[in-house]
Design a protein around this ligand. Structure first.
Ligand code: SF4
Ligand code: SF4
Length: 434
């Protein structure tokens, strides 16, 4: 009997006690600050953009390779509302693989990622694993919406404890720009009619001027480039211009690039002075009157300076190839050298060029073609002697390179033609003497 009464007493006491369970999901426990669910990106309310620059440090340190980040140039940097030159463009985290280790948060140098310590951060149940692949919009949602009220990073606590132990000043609160105070300050700025972001600097004037003239995306971008990048792009444009010059035609795009990156070749090709970097591109009226943007005049004119220069370079290259091989320079090449007033014509024929149509063309028409004719018929013309000497010197160098003695007849030819007998030292440097 006593036992029954004891059992009933226990039942009644349990019946009257407050329950320790709650009705999830209608009721939820308050989560501790240190709790961590999944990583999310933080929103910088001071600059109205993500903190993340896409530097990929977290991506490289993630032990399960579940992150991907892509950066791009920050459009707010030239506007002066952000000091970040680069900003995240795309970001993915696969929550199905994330093991919530917190490493990405600890290695991020920009307070750009935090472990979500809210209930929403936990509740990601889905029927399809692919729905756990979160993109940048998903990852920014919590912070941008002000739900991530107290982002926490263990390292901040450690640093604070070290500072307290060593009697130093406490470090500032982490994630300051992503906290509710920053969000409230942003709301106040907007209410005052100011921009959502703090205006850090004056907008880059050049950039705006260029944009106002309807410049291309590259023109817009040029004001934001570092000197190193500008130089690299100028060199690239010059390389392309040289290749096109040799082919006989420089495209308008290449000329625009030479102008954009203030290359000296712009003046060489167009005859126009090189405008400073960031200058607006020529207007359509200017384009019509200037060569750079209107090579259309060149297209129909076979004697434009650009085309003559291209012909001269082509003829000089061909002539040198023939000379190096010890063969005849074809008469049409000599003719082209003469027509384009090349110095190589003087080297080969000993005469000054006298292109057809010039004042001295009639008188000089004979030298323009005669040397070539003479050279063809005369085995001892200066051109042929030079070609023989160069050929002998090349052969001598080949023998030296193989560790052999120079054959007597080769040495005799070189000496006879006024050349220099190559030595082993010369050969180590390589290349023709001329
Ligand atoms: S918490 Fe760990 S596993 Fe998850 S994304 Fe960050 S580094 Fe990768
Ligand atoms: S979250 Fe941090 S570490 Fe990761 S890419 Fe962005 S800035 Fe770099």
């Amino acid at each position: 009997m006593i036992g029954i009464l004891k059992g009933l007493a226990t039942t009644f006491s349990t019946f009257t006690r407050r329950p320790v369970t709650i009705q999830y999901p209608d009721e939820k426990h308050e989560l501790p600050e240190r709790q961590r669910s999944f990583p999310v990106l933080t929103w910088d309310f001071d600059h109205d953009e993500p903190f993340c620059t896409g530097c990929n440090i977290c991506v490289r340190n993630c032990p399960v390779d579940c992150m991907t980040a892509v950066m791009h140039d920050n459009p707010k940097h030239p506007e002066g509302t952000s000091d970040r030159r680069k900003i995240i463009e795309k970001f993915w985290i696969d929550y199905a693989r994330c093991m919530r280790c917190n490493i990405c948060v600890e290695v991020c140098p920009f307070e750009a990622i935090a472990m979500d310590n809210t209930w929403e951060g936990h509740e990601h149940s889905a029927y399809d694993r692919r729905d756990l692949h979160k993109d940048i919009e998903d990852l920014l949602e919590a912070s941008k919406g002000g739900k991530l009220e107290n982002p926490f990073r263990p390292l901040d606590n450690i640093e604070a404890n070290v500072a307290i132990t060593e009697g130093e000043e406490l470090p500032g609160v982490g994630f300051a720009g992503a906290r509710p105070e920053a969000q409230a300050a942003q709301a106040e700025r907007i209410a005052q009619g100011l921009g959502a972001a703090i205006q850090e600097r004056e907008p880059e004037v050049q950039q705006q001027a260029v944009a106002a003239t309807g410049a291309s995306a590259e023109d817009d971008e040029v004001a934001t480039l570092s000197p190193r990048k500008l130089r690299a792009r100028r060199m690239k444009a010059e390389r392309e211009a040289r290749a096109e010059l040799e082919a006989g035609e420089v495209s308008t795009e290449t000329i625009a690039a030479l102008r954009r990156y203030a290359s000296e070749m712009y003046q060489e090709i167009t005859g126009e002075p090189v405008p400073p970097i960031g200058s607006p591109p020529p207007t359509s009226a200017t384009e019509a009157s200037s060569t750079p943007a209107a090579p259309a005049g060149d297209v129909g004119d076979p004697n434009s300076p650009r085309k003559i220069r291209a012909r001269r370079m082509r003829a000089e290259r061909t002539a040198r190839e023939h000379i190096d091989q010890g063969s005849e320079v074809p008469p049409e090449v000599i003719q082209a050298l003469n027509e384009t007033e090349s110095d190589v014509y003087r080297e080969i024929t000993g005469n000054d060029p006298a292109p057809t149509g010039s004042e001295s063309s009639v008188a000089a028409s004979a030298p323009a073609s005669a040397p070539a004719e003479g050279a063809q018929g005369d085995p001892n013309s200066p051109r042929k002697l030079r070609a023989r000497r160069m050929k002998a010197e090349r052969t001598a160098r080949e023998h030296i390179a193989k560790g052999e003695a120079i054959p007597e007849e080769i040495a005799a030819t070189i000496t006879e033609l006024g050349g220099t007998l190559p030595s082993a030292d010369d050969n180590s440097g390589g290349g023709d003497s001329e």
